[in-house]
Design a binder for this molecule. Structure first.
Ligand code: C2E
Ligand code: CA
Ligand code: CA
Length: 261
């Protein structure tokens, strides 16, 4: 694809995104998380999916940055937050309560209305706030850790779990994780994939546990990787080995088949 074609598509997506958000054409997909020690399903992450009527499936790696640039991320984020709380409330009422996680972009955290939205969605859905996790990437916070820590405090004050996503993907710093007073550390696929990064993964998990944080290994694709996480004492695992992200309906079917609920 030439760079001008790419620009043309990006421009088209920028125009179509607000419409897709309004029409709820961007939908939540769910990917389960299991307890590494018991292998029970204990949570899900909500991931946005967009099938464009003419251009087909657009990956989040393409449309999320455009949504951030154009401001569509606020509507999109609200949609996913609402879906996440709804899913949490649904499973809370069943025999299998699940923790639910949603990704939040830096610009959402920087917007005052976001905190009111979180309060509103918690109240409307009736979900226990401790069941909701807000995932922010480490890259989000590099700009201004002090300001970000204050924003994350407001979420924690509501009882919500704050997770640092993609830890180990870039210039990760355990010091920064401490400064942010995060309650969960999510190890990036890079730290999970290779035996070569085991020492780093081990250091991160031990560090997190010393501070009372929960740990999640993501992008788990093989039994060896899951066994390694277990050896390192990682709390939770997520990845294709367990299940790929699927629609809500398919997730319910998967739960019925796998867990029997
Ligand atoms: P993320 O938050 O790190 O989400 C995990 C990504 O890894 C997802 O990609 C998921 O489909 C993929 N994944 C899960 N298990 C495996 C595995 O075993 N192997 C491999 N290779 N990949 C795996 P996805 O859905 O394409 O999303 C990409 C990124 O887009 C997300 O990364 C997140 O940063 C962002 N994103 C997605 N939905 C939203 C959203 O609603 N809001 C915001 N702000 N960002 C979102
Ligand atoms: Ca995430
Ligand atoms: Ca991640």
């Amino acid at each position: 694809m030439t760079s001008s074609t790419r620009e043309h598509i990006a421009a088209r997506l920028a125009v179509d995104l607000p419409v897709a958000v309004r029409d709820q054409a961007i939908v939540p997909f769910l990917q389960p998380q299991i307890s590494v020690s018991t292998r029970e399903v204990i949570g899900v992450e909500v991931l946005s999916r967009w099938t464009h009527p003419e251009l087909g499936v657009i990956p989040p790696a393409v449309f999320i940055p455009i949504a951030e640039e154009t401001g569509a991320i606020h509507g999109l984020g609200r949609l996913m937050l609402r879906a996440c709380c709804r899913v949490g409330a649904f499973w809370q009422q069943r025999s299998q309560p699940l923790d639910v996680a949603v990704n939040v972009a830096p610009s959402q955290l920087a917007t005052e209305t976001f905190y009111a939205e979180v309060r509103e969605e918690l109240a409307d859905s009736g979900i226990d706030p401790h069941r909701l996790t807000v995932e922010v990437t480490e890259a989000t916070v590099i700009d201004d850790p002090v300001v970000t820590a204050g924003r994350l405090d407001r979420l924690r004050d509501l009882g919500v779990v704050v997770s640092i996503d993609d830890f180990g993907a870039g210039h990760s710093s355990l010091r920064r994780v401490t400064d942010l007073r995060a309650t969960e550390l999510k190890l990036d696929r890079k730290l999970v994939a290779e035996a070569a990064t085991e020492k780093l993964a081990q250091a991160a998990i031990e560090f997190a546990h010393r501070r009372g944080m929960r740990t999640v290994g993501e992008g788990v694709e093989t039994k060896e990787q899951l066994a390694r996480l277990q050896r390192l004492g990682c709390d939770r695992a997520q990845g294709y080995l367990i299940a790929k992200p699927v629609s809500e309906t398919r997730f319910s079917g998967w739960m019925r088949e796998t867990v029997g609920v």
